[in-house]
Design a binder for this molecule. Structure first.
Ligand SMILES: NC(=O)c1ccc[n+]([C@@H]2O[C@H](COP(=O)([O-])OP(=O)(O)OC[C@H]3O[C@@H](n4cnc5c(N)ncnc54)[C@H](OP(=O)(O)O)[C@@H]3O)[C@@H](O)[C@H]2O)c1
Length: 274
């Protein structure tokens, strides 16, 4: 079996997806092509990242066949609603220059708008047309997911959320497991905001002869949570793919459980992103 987590759709999400936020089209094209050669098989973008064209071009010109690669893209907050969602998805498909999207996510729930259920229903139709392999969400709480299940009887295959040693999401992970939803972590290595300089990650890394980033990602993956990591640096990209050459011990996990819990990103219940 392919290495990774099997989704309810049957697709397999690998342990590490390559993140592309902040890469412009030119940088994304090159990074995605290189990352595919280095061994990455999944790529994460979003219409809001303004680089779908670069990500798609990188995938189309990679040395690995398209069907062995996975792309995730996401519907922006401003595109909630049935008609808007269909238009936005088709624009993403054109930007990517691909025939189908592997994983399509509602980027944020924006509960104040009250349109995420209608949007979710629109995604089903696009999947029925063969344009999307797997549908999911990002930054949703259990309450939001329950509204989707109540409306369609189907839980999203994936909920991509902030999840790292400094924001463990214990309760959400349990709630998602109970509903058959795979949690994918964004921010596992802390988004360049100081997490990797923490002495505890550095201590565990030194003991295993790996980097703090590898420890941070292994912490998630060892608990069955696949991660996303972005690097513009080929050496770090290679390092980030290597999560299976070491195992964290119970003592390591106990030390990593001592992080103060502080969110890096936004609160999906109140913050809005368009
Ligand atoms: N769904 C959502 O709402 C959401 C939100 C945020 C992010 N995301 C997705 O998740 C991805 C990851 O988030 P992110 O890009 O913000 O940040 P990230 O992947 O958590 O961190 C990237 C930072 O870490 C550095 N880095 C990478 N590997 C490293 C290593 N081995 N050692 C030391 N430093 C390393 C990178 O620098 P270099 O490039 O110089 O190596 C960069 O500064 C995004 O690209 C995006 O695809 C999704």
């Amino acid at each position: 079996m392919e290495h990774g987590v099997k989704l309810s759709s049957g697709q397999v999400l690998p342990p590490v997806t390559f993140g592309t936020w902040k890469l412009d089209d030119t940088a994304a094209e090159q990074a995605v092509r290189d990352a595919a050669t280095e061994g990455y098989r999944a790529f994460d973008t979003g219409q809001r990242y303004h680089n779908e064209a670069g990500v798609g071009a990188g995938m189309r010109t990679a040395s690995v066949p398209r069907e062995q690669l996975m792309v995730t893209t996401k519907l922006r907050g401003g595109d909630h609603g049935a008609e808007q969602a269909e238009r936005a998805f088709k624009a993403s498909l054109r930007n990517l220059g691909l025939d189908y999207v592997d994983l399509y996510l509602i980027h944020w729930p924006l509960p104040r708008l009250g349109l995420y259920v209608e949007t979710w229903q629109a995604l089903h139709e696009l999947r029925d047309q063969g344009l999307i392999r797997t549908i999911g969400v990002s930054n949703f709480t259990a309450e939001h997911i329950d509204a989707l299940i109540a409306a369609t009887g189907e839980a999203p295959a994936v909920n991509q959320v902030e999840c790292h040693v400094g924001w463990r999401q214990d309760a959400l992970r349990q709630q998602m497991a109970d509903r058959g939803v795979v949690v994918q972590s964004w921010g596992a290595i802390g988004r360049g905001k100081g997490l990797l300089e923490d002495g505890r990650l550095q201590q565990v890394a030194a003991q295993h002869g790996v980097s703090p980033a590898q420890v941070a990602m292994r912490w998630a993956w060892q608990q069955g949570v696949p991660v996303i990591a972005k690097s513009g640096n080929p050496e770090r990209r290679r390092q980030n793919l290597d999560l299976d050459s070491f195992m964290l011990t119970d003592d390591d996990m106990a030390l990593l459980a001592t992080f103060e819990q502080v969110r890096i990103g936004k609160d999906p219940d109140v913050d809005e992103e368009y």
